[in-house]
Design a protein. Sequence first.
Length: 380
Amino acid sequence: MAVALVGATVFDGERVESGRAVLIENGRISGTPAESALPAGVARQEISGLLAPGFIDVQVNGGGGVLFNETRSVAGIAAIGAAHRRFGTTGFLPTFITDTAEHMREAIAAANAAMQARTPGVLGVHLEGPFLNPERKGIHQAALMRPIGEPDLSMITLPAGGRVLVTLAPEKVESAAIARLAKAGVVIAAGHTRADVETIRRAQAAGLTGITHLFNAMPPLMGREPGPVGAALDDRALWCGLIVDLHHVSATALRVALAARGPGRMILVTDAMPSVGTAATSFDLLGEHILLKDGALVSAAGTLAGSNLDMASAVRNTVRTLGVPVEDALRMAALHPATFLGLERELGMIAAGYRADLVLLDADFRVKSTWISGARQDEA
């Protein structure tokens, strides 16, 4: 049965309007007519606030006390998704960081099974490593990093029922391997890398389209060695993930990046860890004890270890601290990641034919409700 959401201000992905209803039928949006034009027989659900496309997070290591690397199962993915829905995330890629080949195979299988089970919100899987540069390892374990091989290529290109995103260091992976992954439909991003501009450009020619957490785990922009940051800021074709927790990257650097590139093809990500959605102040990450200190997650050595960020806070920080217009920040949280994943005809907009994945926000960008495929999650 069709239901009309009425009473909210609606951001449809392009503009903000009042007096519009969002009509949902069979899990999809069937139209956005004026509230005054709704047929008398349509059920109405009164809401208030700002209704926007649900957030899509392409980098979610964990949440709700669960780390995907440790809980490689449908139940683990479901728990992570449930934790992040409270903060407006209606679509996400469970993210598996550098680990053994056996564990990576299990993670891919879990994501595949989660897709087949229609686990709410899951869109596929993000493999962040192990084909990275140990010199830019961050919190990843250098001992587990390795060259990509034929078994890896076969494993990664297996149908997963969703999107597969691979973060790799282009200087460590041949262009032929990148091209093979891209041809199989894998989305490829550069990260944990010290590649020079020429290497990034060769990887782009082979099929690389993104940069994982811009500025982090890569050398800084230098006048004669622009590196990955320079390559990204120089080419507006690249999609760039930004962790706007104000710990990973300073507000000044983020504003500089946005001034250089504009908000187009910028994507908000959380790089979230198990602490998100809990009161926990510590957890273990592949043998290292991680502490929450002054809002940042750090190892005993002081290395950043993912974030305690949620998507609603990322949007709030982007608007309030970086000065980005609300419409652009909401696109960076929904339409841009959808387009990066090739899902722009399915997600990221409130328009006829799109999946009814929605978030309702108050004036402080705090989440009041979410919907996935038309099902209100706080009532499910």
